[in-house]
Design a protein around this ligand. Structure first.
Ligand code: GTR
Length: 423
């Protein structure tokens, strides 16, 4: 017999013989968000108020350590550096306004990653967006000169993936997410690589990227604190930033790490660990990204760690259903970007990623910018309406539409880059 309490949406669906989409069976009711108290931002682990920059630096180290041990895993020390070689000479594109070039990051005999670079043809050094892509560099633009990535990919009919491999039909299929013309027009550059080159996104194949580089370096890291795919993608983003140093026309001191969704989580984790990133962009990163875990709205720690165990360290799953007891929440991750520039964005229909939870985390992180003597969100206290970005060194917008990254989002990121990084 089904009691009233056990009568959930899932049982209803089972009785009706229908299958619910996994994301339908989640809390989307603001009235059901439990009362919660966020871990305070400007106190140390013992609860003492921070007094100045030195205290913040010490607290920063503690917070990074907690996020590593409990969520993303520890980035192994001593990972080998790569060699960077040019696959081709710069090719003029966009009617000569830009140059397109491909580089190879090589850990000889162990791993390699192809990086696609677009930069303004004028050659002066400009800020560079560093971001991973989902279906290979060849999906970013239909240009037949871009190397077709033949590595393992997640199944996707729309992206021309056949038996987990890209085909000629895959070219340009993700172009709408990469408005190269706009990036160039706003005097910025782009560096992108296929995320699966660093860590293929499936537990069965996740080791087929750079994971073997960590062999022998993790003996002193407790098994449950060892990194997962988000950690590897984040490390990859830092490797790309480092490679930007040697590329003409790219200003590696003004590198912006950017990512959408799971790659937004990776961009945040890269941006907080690697302070050489001058700006951090989280696009619809949601649970374990910019959204507060304690709200239990949309995706939860329990859901994400059971669907995607390979993204996290072993300890992460132990917080399933115990969000209120977690030693940290995501506002503290965002705060680790301070005093650098941060842009967090949501999409109003992307309820799975909890847009309000992303805004509230940004608002709760903002005191870190003020504490360090800068201006983050400014006088913002309420979530803005759709398509009305707010903030200064910390900016936030919620866009019309669903889970995606589009030209509107990029327009906002380019604006943040212009107001915070352009000389
Ligand atoms: C979903 C996942 C989200 C987000 C998203 C994506 O299935 O639950 O956390 O990462 O995938 O990456 O598009």
């Amino acid at each position: 017999m089904i009691t009233r309490r056990a009568f959930t949406a899932t049982t209803l669906a089972t009785l009706l013989g229908t299958r619910l989409h996994a994301q339908d069976d989640a809390n989307y009711d603001e009235a059901k968000v439990p009362p919660y108290t966020l871990p305070p931002l400007l106190v140390d682990a013992a609860g003492r108020p921070l007094r100045g920059r030195d205290d913040w630096q010490a607290r920063r180290v503690e917070l990074l350590d907690t996020f590593a041990a409990q969520m993303y895993g520890r980035t192994p020390r001593g990972l080998a550096a790569c060699t960077v070689t040019a696959i081709d000479a710069p090719v003029p594109v966009l009617d000569g306004r830009a140059l397109r070039q491909q580089l190879r990051l090589d850990w000889v005999g162990k791993a390699s990653v192809d990086v696609l670079v677009y930069r303004p043809a004028h050659g002066r050094r400009v800020p560079v967006f560093v971001g991973l892509n989902y279906y290979g560099n060849h999906a970013v633009d239909p240009d037949p000169g871009i190397v077709l990535n033949r590595r393992w990919m997640r199944a996707s009919e729309a992206n021309g993936i056949v038996q987990h491999r890209a085909t000629e039909r895959s070219r340009g299929t993700m172009a709408r997410r990469w408005p190269v013309d706009l990036i160039i027009e706003r005097d910025c550059a782009l560096m992108t690589a296929y995320y699966g080159d660093f860590a293929p996104d499936d537990p069965a194949v996740v080791r087929d990227g750079i994971a073997p580089l960590a062999d022998g370096l993790q003996d002193r890291i407790p098994v449950r604190e060892r990194w997962g795919a988000i950690g590897m993608w984040a490390w990859g983003l830092s490797q790309m930033r480092a490679a930007a140093t040697g590329v003409p026309g790219l200003d590696a001191s003004r590198a912006i790490v950017i990512g959408h969704s799971r790659l937004g989580k990776a961009a945040l984790w890269a941006g907080v660990q690697d302070e050489a990133f001058a700006m951090v962009v989280s696009n619809d990163s949601g649970c374990a990204g910019a959204a507060l875990s304690r709200r239990i709205y949309g995706e939860t720690i329990g859901r994400i760690t059971s669907s995607f165990p390979h993204w996290f360290c072993g300890n992460a799953a132990s917080w399933a259903g115990r969000e209120a007891e977690m030693p940290v929440d995501q506002h503290q991750l965002l705060a680790l970007v301070a005093p650098r520039a941060l842009h967090v964005a949501s999409a109003v229909d992307d309820r799975w990623a909890d847009p309000r939870g992303e805004f509230l985390a940004t608002l709760a992180a903002d005191p870190a910018w003020r504490f360090l003597g800068g201006t983050g969100l400014g006088d913002v206290t309420e979530m803005p309406p759709v398509d009305a970005p707010v903030g200064r060194r910390v900016r936030y917008h919620v866009r019309t539409g669903g889970h995606d990254i589009n030209r509107y989002d990029w327009t906002q990121y380019l604006e943040t880059a212009k107001s915070t990084l352009h000389k």
